[in-house]
Design a protein around this ligand. Structure first.
Ligand code: SF4
Length: 457
């Protein structure tokens, strides 16, 4: 039995292997290398990575017009739990406790709920956070209740017009779906996130959608992801009208206030823009309006930090920072109080909540920028370790074909996605061999091609 993995010379190096004592140093180095480690930078300063996706299946019950999966996704089998546990151990060894692990796919809810419960328990055991990334179709209240009991921290619903849900003709009509999903989470203690792909088909509705999100106190995190030419989806190039600036301005219009996207940074500014607001009763106020104060707080928090082994323990660090810098803490507290008071009549109409707003700018598969890949804050767990999501999306077939080594009591075994069980050796599968890995469903561009062929014949 062979016990070494084959070399995939064409695969870009997967992440940066952690070898030292400061887990944040590799990301910090990447950001410093491209001039993105300014006074407002939080990545590499307070955490070694923003999140890591763990793809638990390549199957999906939708066929989004901007799907990032590969044409070959429907030729694969789901990885067994032993493989996923091994990938979780690798994530933990790279980034330590506190990192957010996104259980994703495809749609993860197509796995058995028992599998997802086991993953949530393992993530919790390792001191990391579990986030379920789902289109919500199968995420019933009963389903989410079980996962919450098993340790799920966050649920992120992806709902938008790229999904072509039957009977819905606009983002506004889809709000019924969003409200139903929010109801499913009520009282479960989950942090609720919403993801929306911003594309040519909904850019004119973006402000209205942002306003809808602003007015949902249950939603803690709103992410707008800009159309990117990658994966199997039938839509390709991003229209000129969709830029970071146009998306920021449309979101500000929806929130009816400036959002100060330039105050605090989460990774590379061409990748991510971040805002933080307090909301109440249909009003929002940006808490990042005081740029110099925010950056002084970031510097003081950084000095008060005692660990570099994973994510910041915000509560501890804030308390330490306040003890060492009482005047700064007082100024920050007064600023927050002023923000809340500026909510005015909103305070009479609803609870005060904090909400994060994020704009994510994935790259096209054929236009990867090295500096952004080297300072990526959004990783995917692969057989060869964590890898930038943009790089992974551009190389999906290679990674689907790369075997995972799993060490068991009777020695190593290997997983490759073209066969439904662990194998004794790491031989590469041939995903283009239909006898080995039959295509189960046509999706994305392949489905469109077949439709076109039918129309012609
Ligand atoms: S996934 Fe892509 S767009 Fe997102 S942070 Fe990484 S390199 Fe930037």
């Amino acid at each position: 039995m062979k016990d070494t993995a084959p070399t995939l010379s064409s695969v870009k190096p997967a992440g940066r292997k952690f070898t030292g004592t400061d887990r944040r140093a590799p990301l910090r180095g990447g950001l410093q290398g491209c001039g993105e480690y300014g006074a407002g930078q939080t990545a590499g300063r307070f955490y070694p990575i923003a999140c890591v996706a763990l793809e638990v299946t390549q199957r999906c019950n939708l066929d989004c017009t901007l799907c990032y999966l590969s044409d070959r996704a429907e030729m694969t089998y789901d990885p067994p739990l032993s493989v996923l546990f091994a990938r979780l151990a690798t994530i933990h060894s790279h980034y330590g406790p506190g990192v957010s692990v996104q259980l994703t796919g495809g749609d993860p809810t197509l796995r058995k709920v028992e599998d997802l419960e086991a993953l949530c328990r393992e993530i919790r055991r390792l001191g990391m956070r579990a986030c379920l990334m789902t289109n919500g179709i199968r995420a019933s209240r009963a389903f989410l209740t079980r996962l919450a009991a098993a340790g799920l921290d966050d649920v992120a619903f992806h709902v938008d017009m790229t999904q072509e849900r039957k009977g819905f003709n606009s983002e506004t009509e889809l709000n019924v779906v969003r409200l139903a999903y929010i109801r499913h989470t009520r009282g479960l203690g989950l942090r609720v996130l919403f993801n929306t792909t911003v594309f040519g088909g909904n850019i004119v509705e973006l402000s209205a959608l942002a306003r809808f999100m602003r007015d949902r106190p249950e939603v803690a995190f709103v992410s707008f992801q800009m159309q990117a030419d990658t994966g199997r989806g039938v839509l390709r190039e991003r229209p000129d009208a969709i830029t970071q600036d146009s998306v920021m301005r449309a979101v500000e219009t929806g929130y009816e206030t400036p959002l100060h996207f330039d105050t605090a940074a989460v990774g590379h500014s061409k990748c991510n823009r971040y805002a933080s607001v307090v909301t109440a009763g249909g009003r929002a106020v940006s808490v990042l309006s005081a740029k110099r104060l925010t950056q002084k707080v970031i510097a003081a928090l950084s000095r008060a930090e005692q660990t570099t082994d994973g994510h910041i323990d915000t509560g501890d660090s804030v308390r330490r920072m306040a003890r060492r810098n009482p005047l700064l803490a007082l100024r920050a507290g007064l600023h927050l109080l002023r923000c809340v008071l500026r909510l005015g009549r909103g305070l009479l109409r609803g609870p005060v909540r904090r909400q994060s707003v994020f704009i994510h700018n994935f790259m096209a598969a054929d236009a990867l920028e090295d500096d952004r890949c080297a300072s990526c804050v959004f990783m995917v767990a692969t057989a060869n370790g964590p890898l930038s999501m943009c790089v992974h999306n551009a190389q999906r077939d290679m990674h689907l074909a790369a075997p995972d080594r799993v060490d068991g009591p009777s020695g190593p075994s290997w997983w490759n996605a073209a066969v439904p069980h662990l194998s004794a050796g790491p031989d590469l599968p041939d995903l283009s061999d239909p006898g080995l890995a039959p295509l189960k469903r046509l999706k994305g561009q392949m489905r469109a091609m077949r439709r076109n062929l039918k129309d012609v014949s």
